[in-house]
Design a protein around this ligand. Structure first.
Ligand code: ATP
Length: 143
């Protein structure tokens, strides 16, 4: 699988951020494997995403069974459960996933995610706050 903008993506953690990301990628024609540990969350999304499964992403065997290494791009969208976010990111890194994105809830979390192998760390709330400030400050129409 080449790392083109449409190369498949694994999205782990289907809260508001992970769901919006997975649905938008799918809408744009990127193949998405969406994973969440909560079967009720997975069931709710089954009609909106073609590949959505229940699995604990901190379980190496579960990731192996999902053939995760066939994907070169992954997004860890787990926020509140910092331990699960860090363990998942470390596992993906150990498995050699080439492009790992992870969501952080604070600066300390972000630092640890980088240290355990995330290639990109995003703070949705901070990033959006900065973006709105740029928009409100006038001269820039988009950022
Ligand atoms: P948002 O702000 O995007 O709604 P959040 O920061 O509140 O998200 P969480 O609720 O922590 O995010 O996690 C998002 C999802 O991640 C939840 O649906 C939860 O079930 C899932 N999740 C948490 N731990 C795991 C895990 N170990 N394996 C798979 N999914 C998990």
């Amino acid at each position: 699988m080449a790392d083109t903008p449409t190369a498949p993506v694994v999205v782990i953690g289907l809260g508001r951020f992970g769901t919006a990301l997975a649905v938008e990628l799918d809408r744009r024609g990127t193949e998405v494997l969406a994973i969440d540990g909560n079967p009720a969350v997975v069931q709710k999304l089954a009609g909106r995403l073609p590949h959505v499964v229940t699995a604990d992403s901190t379980d190496a065997e579960a990731l192996h069974q999902l053939d995760i290494t066939a994907f070169h791009r992954a997004v860890v969208a787990i926020g509140t459960d910092i331990q699960a976010s860090i363990l998942t990111t470390a596992l993906l890194s150990d498995l050699g996933i080439r492009d790992i994105w992870a969501k952080a809830v604070n600066a300390q979390h972000a630092g640890i995610l980088s240290r355990v192998g995330a290639h990109h760390v995003v703070f949705p709330e901070n990033d959006m706050g900065e973006r709105v400030a740029h928009l409100l400050s006038g001269r820039i129409l988009d950022y």
